[in-house]
Design a protein. Structure first.
Length: 537
């Protein structure tokens, strides 16, 4: 039995809360080392360099929160987290710089507005992501937010599922573009509608299992069942029981559900799920995925409610000061109905803005530094936490992505979203495997010593033609990455066929051709990057 399994078996992660309260009084040095792992069940991780500070992640089911909740998040950030707050790729917020003494008051402030951290991290069902414009998008299949909430409530503090083999990421959405990225979740439900014999329509879901990124990415596979909407929780319960009871526990690197599904095959997994139901799902509908499912929800859009608009604003890299979150809460109350929404592209949405207030709202939004108009590169850029705070990251990420985007905005004029996903290590919190341009952090040896670098990969996407990136150029010094991408994109604009998008261009180009487009002159003493397939790779 590995240490993680031993620690979980000796005491459930959900049982560590009273210990956390006690440690807040007795201090950091009094913490049982095993409890550092259990603290993750309440969203707490030791922050690099592990000398007394913590990262805290909260849960925001479906990315939808009230102005009161947003205000509490901003106040926690300003009071305890040095004003540092990040919107994550799972529609959460996370703080840094917290101390163990801070935790009880932080949790009390969050609890007072209905925010929980239970299950935000650890080997337990995580935050349930969804479409951030659920209930207001005139094009949605149906409003799936009630089912997001139902799934969230079922798993919340549920000790039947608090000791899974590893982390467990869920998504539930009625978005026709699959913006919740079901292909890369451990389990995901996507909305469908079927016509009944009497001419009425029934809302339901298709369910996929076994997706995930990290160092060995897999796309989720769809079970052959139509799940009536009211039966969704039951199917997710059964599937999660299968993972709990049969998932691999001996080797932490193989403990995710994706390995179980890959080894068993989707048919056997579905058979096990059906055996745990007291009803028989009918076969799935013949529904195709969208060709691409990138949907960043930026800009000004009419809602399904007459006379109202929602507005998506760009928060580059997801890093947003606590003071600005408090201002956003005020804006949501002043101009809308007090609702804010986060996206898995690390951006922020304001909803229910009356047409009569729209111009004033947009002007004030811009003055706060939250642009609703942004370049196709800026609006689609994503970065993980990076080495500033993360113990696993090899490289700095947030500042580098800002530098890359600002450079490209000055040197490249593309007319389509180009998704740059930047990650500080192979674990893919920044989802580099599915980016048009995926950047994975590495260390590059130079004459003057070791420097941050990135492997550049291309061609990732989700949707009907889902693909993971192809590695093209290894060990590019971080300072040179912006120039390599500049040359690549301008080369694409020069050589693309009529109506050819970037994905199509990458697909038809060879690795050598793409590497040649990225070629840049390097300063004296800076080693050339290593092409994929070169000696030593």
């Amino acid at each position: 039995m590995n240490d993680a399994e031993r620690i979980k078996k000796e005491k459930d992660g959900l049982d560590v809360w009273e210990d956390i309260v006690r440690y807040s009084k007795t201090g950091l040095d009094s913490i049982d080392p095993d409890d550092f792992l259990r603290m993750r069940w309440y969203g707490l991780y030791q922050q690099k360099p592990n000398v007394g500070h913590f990262m805290l992640r909260i849960k925001v089911p479906g990315g939808i929160l009230t102005a009161a909740q947003a205000r509490a998040i901003g106040e926690v950030s300003e009071t305890y987290a040095r004003g540092v707050t990040d919107i994550t790729t799972r529609q959460n917020f996370q703080f840094h710089w917290l101390t163990i003494q801070d935790i009880p008051d932080v949790f009390a402030r969050l609890d007072a507005v209905g925010i929980t951290c239970s299950g935000a991290c650890g080997d337990i069902p995580r935050n349930v992501t969804g479409c951030p414009v659920a209930g207001i998008d005139p094009h949605e299949i149906f409003d799936a937010q009630p089912y997001v909430e139902a799934v969230h409530q079922f798993f919340l503090d549920n000790k039947d599922f608090s000791d899974l083999p590893r982390k467990y990421k869920l998504a539930v959405s009625g978005c026709p573009q699959n913006c919740a990225q079901p292909e890369i979740n451990d389990i995901a439900a996507t909305g469908v509608r079927r016509e009944l014999p009497n001419g009425e329509f029934e809302n339901g879901f298709h369910v996929r299992v076994g997706g995930g990124l990290s160092s060995r990415p897999y796309f989720a596979q769809r079970m052959n069942m139509f799940v009536p909407a009211e039966k969704l929780v039951d199917v997710l319960r059964a599937a999660t029981e299968v993972f709990r009871d049969h998932g691999y526990r001996e080797n932490r690197k193989r403990a995710r559900i994706k390995f179980l599904v890959a080894d068993w095959g989707i048919e056997k997994f579905e058979e096990e799920v059906r055996a745990r139901l007291d009803w028989s799902p009918e076969p799935a509908l013949d529904v195709l995925d969208p060709i691409k499912n990138f949907r960043d929800h930026v800009g000004v859009h009419r809602q399904s409610q007459p006379g109202l608009y929602w507005v998506g604003a760009v928060v580059l890299t997801g890093r947003i000061p606590g003071k600005l979150i408090i201002e956003a809460a005020r804006m949501a109350e002043t101009y809308g109905n007090g609702t804010l929404r986060t996206t898995n592209q690390q951006n922020l949405i304001f909803s229910d803005i009356p047409e009569a207030k729209l111009d004033s709202f947009l002007a004030e939004l811009e003055s706060l530094g939250l642009p609703y108009k942004a370049s196709p590169i800026r609006r689609a850029a994503v970065a993980c936490t990076g080495s500033e705070f993360c113990n696993l990251a090899l490289t700095e990420t947030k500042n580098l992505l800002v530098e890359i985007v600002e450079h490209l905005d000055q040197t490249v004029s593309v007319d389509e979203p180009i998704r740059i996903n930047l990650n500080g290590c192979p674990n893919s919190c920044g989802q580099h495997h599915i980016g048009d341009i995926g950047l994975q952090g590495c260390i590059v040896k130079q004459e003057t010593g070791k420097v941050d670098g990135y492997d550049i990969s291309l061609g990732g996407r989700l949707g009907r033609d889902a693909k993971f990136v192809r590695p093209i150029w290894r060990k590019v010094p971080a300072t040179q990455v912006k120039y390599a991408i500049e040359h690549l994109l301008n080369g694409y604009l020069t050589h693309r066929d009529v109506e050819e998008d970037f994905s199509g261009f990458v697909d038809r180009s060879s690795d050598d051709e793409l590497a040649a487009l990225m070629s840049v002159p390097f300063a004296e003493g800076v080693d050339e990057p290593i092409p994929v397939g070169a000696k030593g790779e």
